[in-house]
Design a protein around this ligand. Structure first.
Ligand code: NIG
Ligand code: FE
Length: 425
């Protein structure tokens, strides 16, 4: 599959004020914090990390980068985005501020439908051109892996076009690594409103095999909610996707619990995403599974919902949790994953440690990538350096762009011009 692999740079990062490694522990386990630390990357992979006093002698001679006392984390993982789209939808933002709901806007032909019509009119080159800076912006927040969904095509050729855009951008060294997800069942297109079953057949019989044949996506996702797809429709699509070798994801329980969470757990999905309206049965199902609860607090904030996902209950019951931006032009127009860390704490009730694990190891688990979101030997050499005096400022000093250097596979892919002033508070 695609996931632009590390090409293999060598880099020794020294003088890290605090090295924060979520490690492989349980979701609520404390983070491992090493002060005055190094990370040594060879051929794109971490070979050693720890206190400067343990720096191996044979690391000498590797190209070095002093972190100057800054805080280092594994490159952040944004495990849920719709980052490929054409026009933005600020007019809908204003409609929502004036009182319209996301569903009302969708029913009037706006929402996903607007982005679908817009995308149909654009060339693959145009979409590459528009999406490149949007993904580059993710790297400026310390994000080194981004999952990107299709779903603004809703017709075979259009879905393939979107996924080819992702495949092209995945080869660009300056961008984060990309993980492509097919979301053909994002909305029922207007022309299928009277025959939903025909659209489900199209997804199952034509789109999924075509995407599989070109190896354009690793995961298949379905939007299972009121106004989108039913539990049974989602099951039909996801079962066929599993047969074709796709990993599974589902948008579920954002507005109304339809049983999508339980379905996803039953099918061994990598993640269930949204969960604002998840019920006790859904929480219980997630608590006993490897399926990651991916929470998107930017969306419930931006849509002005009156509640947020029950992160505390999920964490207390032992579920694995990820936080992601859901970056898209309708319901969450931001690439700032650290803002989701602050929201995860202040709106969802997570601890700072849990919220940081949720954007590193949690995101990696939601993408079934065991080699990232941690800094153990063998992990990808992806590191983000932040200009904060203490890692807790990543949540506490919220809404800021604290990242100063982003490293992917041992190569610097972004550096803040001038390096930034030390620890502005
Ligand atoms: O995750 N829930 C469905 N899909 C997106 C919204 C996409 C859009 O509005 O364009 C979401 O919020
Ligand atoms: Fe989404």
């Amino acid at each position: 599959m695609i996931d632009s692999a590390a090409d293999g740079g060598d880099l020794l990062i020294t003088d890290i004020g605090q090295l924060v490694d979520p490690g492989e522990g349980a979701f609520s386990a404390p983070l491992e914090i090493v002060t005055d630390a190094f990370v040594w990357i060879r051929e794109g992979r971490v070979v050693a990390a720890g206190p400067m006093s343990d720096l191996p002698g044979d690391a000498a001679g590797t190209q070095a980068l002093s972190a100057g006392g800054r805080v280092a984390l594994p490159g952040l993982v944004d495990s849920h985005t719709h980052a490929v789209f054409g026009a933005t939808r600020e007019h809908e933002f204003e409609q929502r501020l004036a009182g319209a709901s996301y569903q009302e806007i969708a029913e009037q032909g706006g929402g996903i439908g607007f982005s679908v019509l817009d995308l149909h009119a654009r060339s693959e080159d145009d979409l590459v051109h528009l999406s490149r800076p949007r993904l580059a912006a993710s790297a400026r927040f310390g994000v080194t892996t981004v999952e990107v969904k299709s779903g603004y095509g809703l017709a075979t050729e259009q879905e393939l076009k979107m996924l080819r855009v992702v495949a092209r951008l995945a080869t660009e060294p300056e961008l984060p690594r990309l993980v492509p997800t097919f979301l053909g069942a994002h909305a029922v297109p207007v022309e299928f409103a009277a025959d939903r079953a025909a659209f489900v057949r199209l997804v199952v019989d034509e789109m999924l095999p075509a995407v599989a044949a070109e190896r354009l996506a690793e995961f298949c996702d379905v939007f299972c909610d009121q106004g989108a797809f039913t539990r049974d429709e989602a099951e039909t699509i996801l079962r066929r996707a599993a047969e074709l070798g796709f990993g599974l994801k589902i948008h579920a329980d954002e507005f109304v619990p339809l049983g999508g969470t339980q379905l996803a757990v039953e099918l061994g999905a990598a993640s269930v995403d949204h969960l604002v309206a998840v019920d006790d049965a859904g929480i219980a199902a997630l608590a006993e599974s490897d399926t990651v609860a991916t929470l998107l607090p930017g969306t419930s904030f931006f849509l002005r919902l009156d509640r947020h996902a029950p992160a505390r209950a999920l964490a207390d019951r032992g579920a694995n949790v990820a936080l992601a931006t859901d970056f898209n032009p309708g319901s969450s127009m931001t690439q700032n994953l650290l803002l989701m860390v602050a929201f995860g704490c202040c709106l969802l009730g997570l601890t700072v440690g849990e919220a940081l694990r949720a954007v590193t190891r949690g995101g990696a688990l939601a993408l079934r990538r065991m080699d990232r979101g941690i800094l153990m030997p063998g992990a990808v050499g992806d590191v983000a350096l932040f200009e904060v005096p203490d890692y807790r400022h990543l949540a506490y000093h919220y809404g800021m762009s604290h990242c100063v250097v982003t490293i992917k596979g041992g190569e610097v892919i972004w550096r803040r011009a001038g390096g930034g002033s030390r620890f502005p508070t």
